[in-house]
Design a protein around this ligand. Structure first.
Ligand SMILES: [Zn+2]
Length: 118
């Protein structure tokens, strides 16, 4: 059985966290848990949460770390949807080789994305 009730934690976070763009309070119904880790035997856990602001429509990903009685959160404004966040959370970051390969590709690319994405 999980030691942490992540659903209750999200409800509480939705109550205390505010949108960094407009200051609007988050709606728990628009807040999704992307990933959780309940680390035993320490009383610690971590959550990755995606939420959309009802007011300004911006999206924020919060990384929450719980260590005993202390809770730390880092929020990042994003254009990712909650589905995108799930998809990309375990992907490697883009590196210099990826950027160079994209540059080389675009140098020769004729600009027809419809043809490319068929
Ligand atoms: Zn907002």
């Amino acid at each position: 059985m999980a030691r942490f009730d992540f659903k209750r934690i999200v409800e509480w976070l939705s109550f205390v966290l505010r949108c960094p763009v407009c200051g609007h309070k988050y709606n728990p119904e628009r807040t999704r848990i992307i990933d959780t880790k309940d680390e035993k035997p320490q009383a610690s856990a971590s959550l990755l949460i995606h939420t959309d602001c009802d007011s300004c429509k911006s999206s924020v990903v919060f990384s929450i770390a719980i260590d005993g009685p202390e809770i730390f959160s880092i929020g990042m404004v994003t254009d990712l949807t909650s589905q995108d966040t799930s998809k990309f959370k375990n992907k490697n970051p883009i590196n210099a080789d990826d950027v160079l390969a994209t540059h080389e590709f675009l140098k020769e690319f004729n600009g027809d994305f419809r043809e490319l994405l068929k």
